[in-house]
Design a protein. Structure first.
Length: 370
């Protein structure tokens, strides 16, 4: 948007005796994207602009067209006419970006090179130091409000503890900005992103138990749990069942259709003895230990079931699968997935996060100390 303003593609334009401020001509923008190597061809340029329309970033000046047409039609960035929707996620992102730019632009910044466990980290800050700075700069009114802001920034992946072991606290714990706001992103990256809805509806979910015995004709395996109430469940291979994200009280939203009958559903009862909150997990001295698991998925899946939300827990583990080999156990709580803090997320969102990640899965889990 800023580059288009600088290039005079965005300007006030007159059409049918009416002036439309800060708009651009679609056909001119398509030409500009190709000339500046932001798109290899017109088809790709149109797809990119449609992505921006779908995400409410640009729109037709009169909202008469819901799609992007490569024609002499006027479109506008919603940020230029005050119609950009500021959701909670967007507000946190913009707040984090504003704080980052403010911190890197001052001479005596609290962002410094520091060391933890013999590892040097760039542009780090102490939790208490950040809180002092936020109050001093008038960004917040008190320390409690500053802690809440810091936690929101961490939960949205903007800041992170340098070794990803702690939430945000008013203490001498070391943090850094995890998101690089100054990295120039190419528009074509948008085409590689998948929407969370598409992922949640995808049948290709990693959250399934693997076959215990893959021989032909063997279509079921026993759940790892010793609880007698848990029955035999149908074999689940990737892309062989409907989405697992539908009913939070059962493993399947509908009976699998590509296995031999009869199909017996697993008991939906949680394996947790009692509900556990994030505050309980993260409180100082809590009887939990954090473990890092590296799980290399095979052709069938990762071999575990995750359920619940805020925090999610491991509901079941296939004893012959990759997850079990990596040390995963039932009742563990999912702390992070591939470096992203997830205690505040539900299992559908975590499923989407894993689906967009690599085959080798790095998970941090919290396990109760017996």
């Amino acid at each position: 948007r800023l580059r288009l303003h600088d290039g005079k593609l965005i300007k006030d334009r007159r059409y049918h005796l009416r002036t439309y401020p800060n708009c651009f001509v679609a056909k001119e923008l398509t030409d500009w994207l190709i000339d500046h190597k932001d798109a290899p061809d017109r088809e790709t340029a149109i797809r990119l602009m449609q992505k921006l329309m779908d995400h409410y970033i640009i729109h037709h000046v009169c909202d008469e067209h819901s799609d992007y047409k490569d024609a002499k039609l006027l479109y506008r960035f919603r940020k230029d006419d005050g119609t950009f929707p500021l959701s909670k996620d967007v507000k946190v992102f913009l707040r984090g970006q504003s704080l980052y730019e403010k911190l890197v632009s001052v001479e005596e910044s609290i962002l410094k090179v520091r060391e933890e466990n013999s590892v040097k980290y760039q542009r780090t800050f102490l939790g208490s130091e950040m809180i002092d700075w936020l109050i001093q700069e008038g960004e917040v009114e008190n320390r409690q409000e500053a802690v809440e802001l810091g936690r929101a920034l961490l939960e949205h992946g903007i800041i992170q503890h340098v070794s990803n072991r702690h939430h945000f606290f008013d203490s001498d714990i070391l943090y850094h900005f995890w998101m690089n706001f100054r990295r120039r992103r190419r528009l074509t990256e948008l085409l590689n992103e998948n929407s969370s809805r598409a992922l949640s509806e995808s049948p290709d979910s990693p959250f399934c138990l693997r076959k215990l015995n893959p021989e032909p004709g063997n279509t079921s395996f026993l759940s790892v749990q010793t609880n007698k109430e848990i029955k035999v469940v149908s074999a689940v291979r990737r892309s062989s069942i409907t989405s697992l994200s539908g009913n939070s009280n059962a493993y399947f939203s509908a009976p699998p259709t590509l296995v031999f009958p009869p199909v017996a559903e697993c008991n939906p009862k949680s394996v947790l003895k009692r509900p556990v909150t994030n505050e309980e997990l993260l409180s100082p001295g809590a009887p939990y230990v954090k473990k890092t698991l590296t799980i290399v998925g095979d052709a069938v899946g990762w071999g575990f079931v995750v359920r619940g939300g805020r925090p999610c827990h491991i509901q079941a583990v296939d004893p012959g699968g990759p997850a079990a080999a990596a040390g995963m156990k039932v009742c563990q709580f999912v702390f992070s997935v591939n470096g992203v803090y997830v205690l505040h997320l539900d299992y559908q969102t975590i499923s989407s996060l894993i689906m967009t990640g690599p085959r080798t899965l790095v998970m941090e889990v919290m396990e109760a100390i017996e």
